[in-house]
Design a protein around this ligand. Structure first.
Ligand SMILES: Cc1cc2nc3c(=O)[nH]c(=O)nc-3n(C[C@H](O)[C@H](O)[C@H](O)COP(=O)(O)OP(=O)(O)OC[C@H]3O[C@@H](n4cnc5c(N)ncnc54)[C@H](O)[C@@H]3O)c2cc1C
Ligand code: SF4
Length: 524
């Protein structure tokens, strides 16, 4: 059996970042990834292929609580979901780390404060080239450093929208964005500012994803090994159940077991829960590290809606995801509970509407789909969904994932939508808003699991949490989880930067535990 210092299972926002963090220590690191490199091919930038043919969505079948099968919006590639993400790299707000009262109940406090996470957010923003502008977002948390790169500029139509929102008394801001764009020196810019970013892979590797900025730089260190197309299927422990002794993997039909002093699971919130639940043994009859019965519970993924508004004028914007609004994040004078975040999403393209034609025709009966797309201004509204014990991931006898999920905070979601609608009406937009299912892939809401989190939450009490504050399982000494599973609550901003920052935080801890010091002194 091959033995390593650290095995990391999954190479997305959590695992890819951790690999990059630990690579300079010189320790032997094995990164196991069930997917392959995402192919660089013209189809990366074809809306029809990406949004209609689901070219990069996994072929998995999961089931809802009624045993209804669905294809989850999940991506098995080196770099994980970040290969397709919109790269809106937000920090949670200070108050998101505290207990917050919502319309439908309590969003629980985290076991660490924002201040403890802050330095890691700053490091993650450096590592992932976040572009932004401080001092514009009224809910912006305290930041020890400025954004490392200037904000991505608004194109004229979005600048006008921003001015109009500001004129109406709101505080629109430049959204924090992870693209390697150098507007001051475009001939040398890696990012070409195209309209195929949010939800698409980046053909020119200019998106700040976990493959490009996590895994690839980690692999420059000879002590790091990546095994692709290699799925971890079970974790074995010593007889006492206190230590993981083997990671059993499948590569095509070939089974192989690897061992390491430290094993880190980072397979995405649903798949990490699946791996622990599938690793039940005599000492852990309900699943590995699941004495608390918390593994798989408190699954959250944001109560979101993607909508388009029709503007009288054309909207020729190419890169639209530059604007955010957080004026309603924690409530308003009319509605006392948190409502959430409004941001732009990638610009509508006509092929994305295939299958949504009836809805679009109802919106503008005399317009063709191309015309609708050219007048569309597209928004994404995110309301926090609350962790409920019965919203949970389980594994069926057939080995497939089951997700039981009842939405929460429907009323704040409606209120946020109402706010947007009334603002747009005053700005001369069509006063109807149409859902954009293709973006969310949420005809079956539970399938829109892009922002999944919370199945192995961290906490100080082993009775109510799976992980301790270092993201080590309470019950198995050498087992850690560093993907979004650790979130005790998700806030209402996009989760990836928090997963990246936390991976750097856990990386510091693991480095210490290994008694290692970064050989180059240049840890991210
Ligand atoms: C279309 C889309 C747009 C998004 N936009 C944004 C955005 O703008 N901003 C933002 O913050 N977030 C966004 N997200 C969410 C963000 O990408 C995720 O929150 C983040 O990637 C989660 O990181 P993770 O490490 O938990 O999981 P992932 O990044 O999904 O990584 C998990 C990895 O584990 C691998 N894996 C799974 N099971 C196994 C196994 N058994 N063995 C080995 N490997 C395994 C997977 O292949 C994958 O590579 C978006 C997601 C999608 C899909
Ligand atoms: S906008 Fe930039 S980062 Fe995004 S896909 Fe296009 S080139 Fe890549």
């Amino acid at each position: 059996m091959d033995r390593y210092d650290v095995i990391i299972i999954g190479s997305g926002a959590g695992g890819g970042t951790l690999a990059r963090r630990l690579a300079p220590t010189g320790k032997r690191i094995l990164l196991l990834e069930r997917g392959d490199w995402l192919p660089r091919e013209p189809q990366n930038w074809l809306a029809e292929e990406v949004f209609v043919e689901n070219r990069y969505v996994s072929a998995d079948t999961w089931y809802d609580s009624d045993e209804k099968p669905f294809q989850p919006q999940i991506h098995y590639f080196v770099g994980g979901a970040t290969k397709l993400y919109g790269a809106a790299l937000y920090r949670l707000r200070e108050r998101d780390f505290e207990e917050v009262r919502h319309h439908d109940g309590i969003s629980p406090a985290w076991p660490i404060s924002y201040d403890e996470m802050e330095p890691y957010y700053a490091r993650a923003e450096q590592l992932y080239h976040v572009h932004g502008s401080r001092g514009e977002d009224p809910t912006e948390p305290r930041m020890s450093a400025d954004y490392p790169f200037p904000a991505v500029s608004h194109e004229p139509r979005i600048q006008q929208l921003s001015d109009d929102f500001a004129g109406a008394g709101l505080h629109p801001f430049h959204a924090p964005c992870g693209v390697m764009l150098d507007e001051a020196n475009m001939p040398y810019s890696a990012c070409v500012r195209c309209d195929d970013c949010d939800g698409f892979p980046c053909l020119v590797h200019a998106k700040s994803d976990a493959e490009v900025l996590g895994v690839r730089p980690a692999l420059e260190h000879p002590n790091v090994t990546l095994l692709r197309n290699t799925q971890a299927v079970r974790l074995e422990t010593n007889p006492a159940g206190t230590e993981v002794t083997g990671v059993v993997t499948l590569r095509e039909d070939h089974q192989e077991t690897f061992a390491a002093d430290i094993v880190v699971v980072s397979s995405g919130a649903a798949n990490s829960a699946k791996l622990l639940l599938s690793s039940a043994n005599d000492r852990h009859p309900n699943g590995l590290a699941n004495g608390s019965d918390q593994v798989g519970r408190n699954y959250v993924f944001h109560n979101s809606v993607a909508v388009l508004a029709l503007s009288r004028d054309e909207n020729p914007t190419v890169f639209q995801k530059t604007l955010g609004i957080n004026d309603f994040y924690f409530g308003s004078d009319e509605f006392e509970y948190p409502m959430g975040n409004i941001q732009m999403i990638g610009k509508s393209q006509a092929p994305m509407f295939r299958g949504e034609k009836p809805v679009m025709t109802a919106l503008a009966p005399t317009w063709g789909l191309k015309e609708i797309a050219s007048h569309a201004v597209d928004f994404w509204l995110s309301t926090e969904d609350l962790p409920l014990p019965d919203n949970r991931v389980t594994v069926g006898r057939d080995g497939a994932i089951r997700i039981a999920y009842t939405p929460t905070n429907e009323e704040p979601k409606k209120q946020l939508f109402k706010q947007l609608k009334s603002m747009l009406k005053h700005l001369g937009m069509h006063d109807d808003l149409s859902p954009r299912h293709a973006y969310l892939k949420n005809d079956i809401p539970v399938a829109g699991c892009a922002h999944q989190a919370g199945t192995c939450r961290f906490g100080s009490d082993p009775a109510t949490s799976v992980l301790d504050v270092d993201c080590r399982t309470h019950e198995v000494d050498n087992l850690y989880v560093v993907d979004t599973s650790f979130f005790p609550s998700i806030g209402a901003v996009n989760p990836a930067l928090t997963a990246m920052a936390n991976a750097l935080r856990v990386g510091d801890h693991i480095e210490q535990r290994l008694g290692a010091e970064s050989a180059t002194g240049a840890t991210p």
